[in-house]
Design a protein around this ligand. Structure first.
Ligand code: 2P0
Length: 325
């Protein structure tokens, strides 16, 4: 009863920002992402009859507290599904993603955990079923089941049975790339989970965000289908700005941006003015992801590296979905 899975992070081009059900993790809008290669989590889950509780090790260190609780609560869902409610697991994860600095390590983390735990306990799931159960660990993780472009369909049902991700296009459909620009390793002060909740409950801009995200999503899918880079880049950038605008309207207000974040945004705009096609997107943290085409990789890397506040840049192509090791 042991399995190992590897999951890559994904970067949302149309963001998930807001839940209609906190417990079941049901979103208020559809989102769309690109799964990356090179930023991933590998997780081994070993169910053992002699264990009386779960154990969770991240990069070799035993984890307690809230991150441990989230893992055991997720395993409870898997146990229930498999009718094995008294079977506990040893979980060992290796994270190849900087944690809690705007990179969705929860996405690769819960996708790898879901894939390894469901396989180890003997559940035979379709990709859609796996995506649906993965969603219960962390919303964005349900998109990391797939390689290439994936869309998380919010669904309409109260029980969440129609809320899961599907693949829009495989990784070799279109070679678009993402530079993850690292500005700081500091932990953010408002988690995405708390930030999202506060925004839904208090921001007068939230409704506008939800409404406009549906148009953005439809147009983004058209842009991907036509491999129209400018169209996809413009929509991704605008969608990200609208998501971040909701946080300024929250009570108390907050932002994930720092002055360094804005410097990178400014440099991307400047490159565009000079005819270098590049667009940015930003998640729940200060770091910036820059979207570009392979023929501009060298110049874009050089320009980003020249920004003094930039500490590291990771260049990624589109990656695979879940793999079992
Ligand atoms: C996304 N983010 O679509 C958006 C953009 C952050 C900004 O999904 O509460 O860790 O576990 O469902 O998935 C981060 O939120 O939140 C996120 P939960 P999650 O990638």
């Amino acid at each position: 009863m042991k399995a190992t899975a590897k999951a890559n992070v994904n970067i949302a081009l149309i963001k998930y920002w807001g839940k209609r059900d906190e417990e079941l993790i049901l979103p208020t809008n559809n989102s769309l992402s690109l799964t990356l290669d090179g930023l991933y989590t590998t997780t081994t889950v070993h169910f053992k009859s002699e264990l009386t509780e779960d154990r969770f090790y991240l990069d070799g260190k035993q984890v307690t507290g809230v991150p441990y609780e989230r893992v055991t609560q997720f395993l409870d869902i898997v146990r229930k599904e498999a009718n094995e409610e008294n079977l506990y697991a040893e979980v060992r994860s290796e994270n190849h993603v900087p944690t809690a600095a705007g990179f969705a390590s929860s996405a690769s983390g819960f996708a790898a955990l879901a894939a390894a735990s469901t396989k180890a306990i003997g559940l035979e799931l379709t990709e859609e079923e796996l995506s649906r159960i993965t969603r219960r660990g962390s919303g964005s993780a349900c998109r990391s089941i797939y390689g290439g472009f994936a869309e998380w369909k919010m669904g309409e049902k109260e029980d969440g049975s129609d809320s899961y991700a599907v693949q829009i296009a495989p990784k070799n459909f279109w070679d678009i790339r993402i530079a993850a620009v690292i500005l700081t390793d500091e932990k953010k002060s408002v988690s995405s989970r708390d930030g999202m909740k506060r925004t839904v409950e208090t921001s007068p801009f939230f409704q506008g965000w939800v409404e406009s995200s549906f148009t953005d999503l439809t147009r983004m899918k058209e842009g991907i289908e036509n491999r129209d880079f400018a169209m996809c880049g413009e929509i991704a950038e605008a969608n990200c700005l609208k998501m971040h605008a909701t946080t300024l309207g929250a009570n108390p207000p907050f932002t994930y941006w720092t002055d360094s974040t804005m410097k990178v945004m400014q440099e991307v705009r400047k490159m565009r003015e000079e005819g270098i096609p590049a667009y940015f997107t930003i998640d729940a943290g200060p770091n910036v992801k820059v979207i570009y085409l392979p023929e501009h990789e060298e110049i874009i890397q050089k320009r980003l590296q020249a920004i003094p506040e930039v500490t590291n840049i990771t260049l990624s192509k589109a990656g695979d979905g879940i793999t079992y090791l």
